[in-house]
Design a protein around this ligand. Structure first.
Ligand SMILES: Nc1ncnc2c1ncn2[C@@H]1O[C@H](COP(=O)(O)OP(=O)(O)OP(=O)(O)O)[C@@H](O)[C@H]1O
Length: 295
C-alpha cells in the first residue's frame, strides 16, 4: 500500500506554544481523508507543513517519501487550496488558468473551463470582483486542473452555498474516481464529510486524537447503554472514549477489541459524527477517568 503523506512525531511551535505536536500518521493512496478539529487545533499548520510552507520544529513530514520543505520539486504532484483562497485579485479566471498551464505541464485547462461553466462563473471578470464563494470555486478549479496526485484543501467549502457545495463535493469525488488522487480535506461541516470521506484524522489541542479508515473506526466503536453501578465496562471494551451518566444508567462511547457479549449492556452502532464529537469532547473528566481501561 503506497503511503502518500506520512508524519512522524511532527511538531511546529510559535514561540513557546505548540501549534502541532507529536503528530504521527500515514495517509494511504486513494483515500479521501477528512481533517477535523476545533478552531486552533492545528489543521492549517499540518497542511502548511505538508506543502513546505512551514519548516517542522520537531519530527518529520514526508510527501511521496520526500521532504517538502527541502525538496520543493515534489510539489509538482501536490495541489493546495489555502483557507482564504488567496488569488491575484486583478487576474481573471482565464488569466489564472493561463498561468497555471505555463507553470504545470499536466494542467488540464479544459477541466478548469468545464468546472466554471457548470456553476456559471465568468472567466473574464477579475477574481477580486467575484463573491468570496465564487473565488473559492476558481481556486478549487485551479487546484483540480493541476491534476495533482495529492490534493490538500483547507476548508474549501466553507464559503460556498449548500447546493454548490454538494455539487463541488460530487465533482471532487468524480475526479478522485477517475484519477485516483488522494485528498486531504479540512472542514467543520460534518455532514459533508460523512458523505465524502473514507479516512479520518481528528486533531484536538495540537495533537492527533484519532486516525484511520472510517469503516474500520465505525466497526471498532460502539455506544453502550447499561447500569450506572458497577464502575467497570464490560469485557471487550479497550477504551472508554466518552461517558455520560444519569442516576440509573451510563452511556459510554467505547473502542472495542473483542465482541461485546454482556447482556447487561445494550450496544448500538455509531455514526461518523458521534465518533468525531466523542473524540473532540472533553467529557465528564472524573467519571470518564474512572471508566478508563488500558488498551
Ligand atoms: N503565524 C502564527 N503565529 C502564531 N501562532 C499561530 C500562527 N498560526 C497559527 N498559530 C496558532 O497555532 C495554533 C494552530 O493554528 P491552526 O491555524 O493550525 O489551527 P486550525 O485548526 O487550522 O484552526 P481553524 O479551524 O480556526 O482554521 C493556534 O493556537 C493558532 O493560534
Amino acid at each position: 500500500m503506497e503511503i502518500v503523506l506520512e508524519t512522524d512525531q511532527l511538531g511546529k511551535r510559535y514561540g513557546r506554544a505548540w501549534a502541532l505536536r507529536d503528530c504521527s500518521l500515514r495517509l494511504p493512496a486513494g483515500r479521501v481523508a477528512a481533517l477535523v478539529g476545533p478552531n486552533g487545533a492545528g489543521k492549517s499548520t499540518l497542511l502548511h507543513l505538508a506543502v513546505g510552507l512551514l519548516r517542522p520544529d520537531a519530527g518529520a513530514v514526508r510527501v511521496f517519501g520526500r521532504t517538502p520543505y527541502d525538496d520543493i520539486a515534489v510539489l509538482s504532484e501536490v495541489g493546495f487550496v489555502a483557507q482564504d483562497t488567496p488569488l491575484y485579485r486583478d487576474f481573471t479566471a482565464d488569466e489564472l488558468f493561463t498561468m497555471g498551464a505555463k507553470l504545470n505541464r499536466r494542467f488540464d485547462t479544459a477541466l478548469a473551463h468545464r468546472r466554471l461553466a457548470q456553476i456559471g462563473i465568468p472567466r473574464d471578470k477579475p477574481v477580486g470582483k467575484l463573491s468570496g464563494g465564487q473565488r473559492a470555486q476558481v481556486a478549487l478549479a485551479l487546484a483540480m486542473a493541476k491534476r495533482p496526485r495529492l490534493l490538500l484543501l483547507d476548508e474549501p467549502v466553507a464559503s460556498i452555498d449548500p447546493l454548490a457545495r454538494r455539487e463541488f463535493l460530487q465533482a471532487l469525488m468524480g475526479v478522485v474516481a477517475e484519477t485516483g488522487t488522494t485528498v486531504l480535506l479540512s472542514s467543520h461541516i460534518l455532514a459533508d464529510l460523512e458523505r465524502t470521506c473514507d479516512h479520518l484524522i481528528v486533531l484536538h489541542a495540537s495533537q492527533v486524537r484519532l486516525v484511520g479508515d472510517v469503516s474500520a473506526l465505525l466497526t471498532e466503536h460502539r455506544r453502550l447503554v447499561g447500569p450506572r453501578d458497577g464502575g467497570s465496562p464490560p469485557a471487550g471494551v479497550a477504551q472508554v472514549v466518552r461517558a455520560e451518566h444519569t442516576d440509573r444508567q451510563s452511556t459510554l462511547l467505547v473502542r472495542t477489541n473483542a465482541p461485546l457479549r454482556d447482556p447487561a449492556w445494550k450496544a448500538y452502532d455509531v455514526t461518523l459524527e458521534d465518533l468525531i464529537l466523542a473524540y473532540l469532547g472533553d467529557g465528564d473528566s472524573r467519571p470518564h477517568a474512572a471508566w478508563e481501561v488500558p488498551a
